[in-house]
Write a protein that binds this ligand. Structure first.
Ligand code: AMP
Length: 212
């Protein structure tokens, strides 16, 4: 089962991907996470990536396609969750070719539907555990003193989780990423789930789309 989670920033892609990893043993490939790891390297490339990410713009296709290519292999049998990739039509074409090379196919593309108004509050109240990546939210899931999953006491907020960068990220989503909805609809593997529901209900709806 190989799937793409598609949706604007704050739609819940990362949260649902993490559950599928824990509950189904799938492999999450988040280009956002890979880029956040790359930006801490003190290389010129790392610095350029950091600037682009903090502004909310997209990094170039060749960088993210290269990151995904490094991770795909024949071996993984529980399936991949592509989280935040592809984000452009060029990336979608490249993903098709990369999957062909490792003899895999894309089963479903899940559009996570949410209202734009909720995205700002979801994003602005968000913090992440440095130890395990668990996401907390000031209103819906307040950050504890120690992480409920791994016990870490260190949490951070993403540099691009602010209203200004979010505007740019939303614009990039509508301009470059939302055309993928039509692209995958035409290919026949698009499904949608209501991302406005409680996290557990989204997970249930997602499971019933994927496994019936
Ligand atoms: P995310 O964690 O998915 O919200 O990604 C955070 C930031 O990383 C985005 O705003 C982009 O700057 C960059 N990024 C992540 N994935 C991609 C991608 N597939 N293509 C281009 N830029 C990306």
């Amino acid at each position: 089962m190989n799937i793409i989670l598609l949706g604007p920033p704050g739609a819940g892609k990362g949260t649902q991907a993490r559950r599928l990893v824990e509950e189904r043993g799938m492999v999450q490939l988040s280009t956002g996470d890979m880029l956040r790891a790359a930006r801490t390297s003190q290389t010129e490339m790392g610095k350029r990536v950091a600037e682009v990410m903090d502004s909310g713009n997209l990094v170039t296709d060749d960088i993210v396609i290269g990151l995904i290519e490094e991770q795909l292999s024949y071996e993984n049998s529980n399936g991949y969750i592509f989280d935040g990739f592809p984000r452009t039509l060029a990336q979608a074409d490249a993903l098709g070719e990369l999957l062909d090379k490792v003899d895999k196919r894309l089963n479903f593309v899940i559009e996570m539907r949410v209202d734009d108004d909720v995205l700002v509050s979801r994003i602005v109240g968000r913090s992440t555990c440095d130890g395990c990546g668990e996401v907390y939210h000031s209103v819906t899931k307040p950050q504890p003193v120690t992480c409920g999953l791994c016990g870490s006491k260190i949490f951070s907020r993403r540099a691009d989780d602010n209203e200004l960068a979010l505007k740019t990220r939303l614009m990039a989503y509508y301009k470059d990423t939302s055309p993928l909805i039509g692209y995958y609809y035409a290919k026949g593997n698009l499904r949608s789930v209501n991302g406005l529901q409680d996290i557990n209900l989204v997970a249930e709806e997602l499971a019933s789309v994927l496994w019936g």
